[in-house]
Design a protein around this ligand. Structure first.
Ligand code: SF4
Ligand code: SF4
Length: 213
């Protein structure tokens, strides 16, 4: 039978020694974070919520290829691609992502999907507050993931910049929407033609029409 280690400290020191760790910790710098009142800035390359990016004229970079979904080890991405038409165009090329969903109840924010994306349509932001109270609310849709409109952009669907092709977009030759660009009617979303128009630039067409969802 193993022999018990001998207590070498005098008996009166034992209760005091028990508080040693406590006393040491009292004078150390506190590590408590006052979240959510005080939020720390994340590292620049932090893997947070995803974003679907746009070209400088507002067209979407996603081509609906599903490579991100295949690369995902957690099966968290669902993509349905569809064909663009001249009347309803979402991206410069042939195809676009009609349905795009990421399930944040599954996603482990590993970033493999953004590595797989051939068009840099999918990137990750620094946003980390993704908790919610229901599974359904954790499934983010394309509308939630799509980047907002910046200066010079027109919301999709709209025509490609006149005189350019898909390659020109990736060469960086398109830097903003062409003057007079009008948002088209998104028939695939059940939109109907209404009054006024959403245009970019000076040349506004005479029969401008715009859509309301
Ligand atoms: S970050 Fe990782 S787990 Fe999340 S959707 Fe992308 S590949 Fe899937
Ligand atoms: S986000 Fe990228 S990889 Fe995923 S479907 Fe769109 S283009 Fe393809």
């Amino acid at each position: 039978m193993a022999e018990e280690p001998k207590d070498t400290k005098p008996g009166f020191q034992n209760p005091v020694a028990g508080f040693g760790v406590t006393f040491k910790a009292m004078f150390k710098k506190r590590l408590t974070e006052q979240y959510p009142e005080q939020q720390k800035t994340t590292a620049p390359r932090f893997h947070g919520r995803h974003q679907l990016n746009r070209h400088p004229d507002g067209l979407e970079k996603c081509v609906g290829c599903e490579l991100c979904a295949w690369a995902c080890p957690a099966d968290a991405i669902y993509v349905e691609g569809a064909d663009n038409t001249d009347e309803e165009r979402y991206s410069p090329g042939e195809r676009y992502g009609r349905v795009y969903q990421i399930n944040y109840a599954r996603c482990i924010l590993c970033g493999l999907c953004i590595e797989a994306c051939p068009t840099r349509a999918l990137t990750m932001t620094n946003e980390f507050e993704l908790a919610d109270s229901s599974r359904a609310d954790l499934i983010y849709t394309k509308e939630q993931l799509l980047a907002g409109l910046e200066e010079g952009m027109v919301d999709t669907p709209h025509a490609i910049y006149p005189g350019t092709d898909e390659q020109d977009y990736y060469r960086g030759l398109v830097t903003e929407a062409a003057p007079g660009t009008v948002r088209q009617v998104a028939h695939s979303k059940g939109e109907v033609v209404q009054e006024a128009a959403s245009t970019f630039g000076e040349a506004e067409p005479a029969s401008e029409k715009v859509i309301r969802p």
